[in-house]
Every structure is written in C-alpha cells, then in structure tokens.
Design a protein around this ligand. Sequence first.
Ligand code: COA
Length: 401
Amino acid sequence: MEADVRLKNTGLRGVKVADTKISYIDGENGILIYRGYRIEELAVRSSFMEIAFLLLEGTLPTKAELEQFNRNIVAARQVPDFVYDALKHLPKTASPMDVLQATVPLLGLADPELEVETKEANHRKATRLIGRVPVVIAAWHRIRNGEEPLPSDNTLPHAANFLWQLSGRKPDEEMARDLDICLVLHADHTFNASTFACREVVSTQAHMYAGVSAGVGALSGSLHGGANARVMEMLAEVEAQVKSEDDVAAWVKERLGRGKKIMGMGHAVYKTIDPRSTILKRMSQELGRKTGHENWYRLLTKIDEVAEKEFAGLGKANIKSNVDFYSGSVYSMMGIPIDLMTPVFAISRVAGWCAHIIEEKFAEAQGKPALYRPAAEYVGDYCGPIGCTFEPLEERKSASV
Ligand SMILES: CC(C)(COP(=O)(O)OP(=O)(O)OC[C@H]1O[C@@H](n2cnc3c(N)ncnc32)[C@H](O)[C@@H]1OP(=O)(O)O)[C@@H](O)C(=O)NCCC(=O)NCCS
C-alpha cells in the first residue's frame, strides 16, 4: 500500500497529551509559571529547596516543612558504596551524562522502596533522587580525574554542597547563591522532551528510576539540555576566529549560511525571549565583572544581537535566546567544566521530572492514568492484500545488488 500523503513529523508541537498542574508557559508573552508563581519572582525570592518542595507537593513549604524536607534531602546524600565502586569501573572518558544515565538505575537498586508504588513512597524516592544526583555527578568528576569522591558537608545547602563535593573548596557564598538561582530556573518546563520521556516511561507503570533514567537520556541531546555546552563550544570558536566584536556579524552570517544553528537560540514554545534567559544574562554580566570574564558576556550579547537581526531578515523574528544561551558562561565562571553543564541542568530538572512522574502515576490532574500509545502512518512495504511472501534464507537474493 502506497500512502498518498506523508505525515510531516511535527514533533507533537502544540498537541496537548495531558492536563498538568505543575507548570505553565505562555510562549507568545514569555511567561513561565511553577504551580501559579512567576519565575521572575521565584528566582529572586525562593531557593531551590523551596521550589523542589513546591513542584512535588503543590504548595510552598512552611518554615517547618522546609526544614524537614531539607533534612531528608541532606540524609539522601549518603550514596551506597556499591555505586561508587561501579563508578570506579567505568571508562574515564565516558560522558558525564551517559554516566548519570547509567547510574540512576543503580540508585534505584539502592532504594529500599524501589517497587513500592504508593504516593508517599514515590515522594520519598523523589527526595532520594534529588539528594543523590548531584553527589553522583561530583563523585564521577573526581573519579575520572583520579581523585576520591568527597563526603558531603551537611551544613551546606544544596548548590553549595555540590560545588564543594566537586572541587573540594568551600564555595563563595554569592556564587553558590547564583547556582541555586540557576537550579530554580531549570527545575521545570512543562512537557519538554525529557519530562515527556519520564511521563511516557512511567505510564507503563515502570518505576520512578526507569522514568528518570529516560529523562536523563533525553536531556543529553544538543537540541535539549546539551545546548548549554554547545554554546560554550561556539563561544570558543568565536573567540578563536573573530579579531574584533565588529566581525561577529560576519561570523553569524557565515555560520547560518552553512546551515548551522546558533546554539542557545530558538525554542519550540517561546516565540519571544525566554524569561530565564533575561535573568541568566544579568547573572552572566555580574559574574563576568566579578571573575574577569566580561569578554564572554560581551561576545554573547553581540552574537545574540546580530543573530536576532539576521533571523528577522530571514523572516524568523521569533528566534531569540533561550535558557541555554547565557547559562554556559555562568557555569564556566563558577568553575564548572563544559561537559558537566548538562548534568547541572539534570541536578535541577530531576525535581520537575519527579513531580511529573508522580502526577502521571497518580493521575493528579485528570481522571485515570493512561498508557501513552500514539499511532503512526505505515509507509513501508506491503506487497498486496496478504503481505509479502517470506522467502527461505537460501533462496533470498540481496536487494542491494
Ligand atoms: C530548540 C529548537 C529545536 C526549536 O525549534 P522549533 O522552533 O521547534 O523549530 P525548528 O527547529 O523547526 O526551527 C524553525 C526554523 O528556524 C530555524 N531555527 C530555529 N532555531 C534556530 C537556531 N538556533 N539557529 C538557526 N536556525 C534556527 C530552523 O532551522 C528552521 O528553519 P527552516 O524553517 O528554514 O527549516 C531550535 O530552535 C534549535 O535547534 N535551537 C538550537 C538548540 C537549542 O538551543 N536548544 C535548546 C532549547 S531550550
């Protein structure tokens, strides 16, 4: 059967597959909301711990609730020895996202409630994952550099402890606070590719760790979470090739002319500037001043400005900077290596993934959990009403001759 009309792969743009109460994007107006609260206000007034609680529980925590939640996360930083042993056997050249994706199921094996599917147990699993993902990333970084993983400093908040376990140096307080803001900004983003992967996997009634492992895999791609690292590679190329800022326009034109993308720009949902980008741009400028990397900020803003003009000239005026455009420079100034930038995204997004997994499993926003099972248009061989004739192996001729 020859299909008359080929389906264009639209990547499910605009298709609503479920209700959700967790977050909302108004892509036309550049608005992002977690559980009713605007991201701009959360970035200034909340902490990542409050946001993780908000996403999972649906309300902002009281002081006592926050203290208890924080105690649970800190307790979860204890990662069993067999996980460290496994990390020590991995090839040192492995990408940290691959390592993280391989390690999430091991964390599942360490979870005494792995197969317990009550809502309460899933909340406890979420706490363990949020506490342990940064520990695994920091440990992997040290192991691949021939160093021993460091124990957590339980007096330090989430972001600060990650920086400590990564570098062995007590982090600058302002820098740790900036990283905490980055975690707030990345914690959730409706049905993005990785969140949808998590929800799709657990719609089969697979456990939370299976869902999160899929989410890590989806996040690793350069069109999703991998874009922050690609922006830094792009920046290094600009620094090496461009003599003065005036030449950036030519560089952008030439790159687009070769059909290559400007990483960190464009978005499937935002048709204007991503509100997180505005916050990160400011942070990049301030950190640039503090760390002596103002050149990165200057080059990025120049690329941003000339690319926007270029896109407008191509009739694509809605391509603007997204969350990944300035975040790479911010992480670099915090001493985070390029290949750990997407894992840092995962440290934050794991909170959103777990909230969505719980919403999906317990159908909190709609009637009854449903197994995702889309349809496709078959456009392959058919050979008539009863299908193709199966030829015995000895009689088959190669189709490639
Ligand atoms: C994120 C992304 C996949 C969203 O894409 P989208 O809006 O759904 O639509 P498309 O990828 O189909 O893009 C539409 C058009 O704009 C172009 N475009 C989109 N983003 C672009 C970019 N960053 N640089 C150059 N061209 C871009 C596409 O090439 C396409 O052009 P065409 O119609 O001539 O083929 C896309 O903007 C992109 O690849 N950005 C770079 C990677 C990135 O930063 N990812 C992180 C997202 S948070």
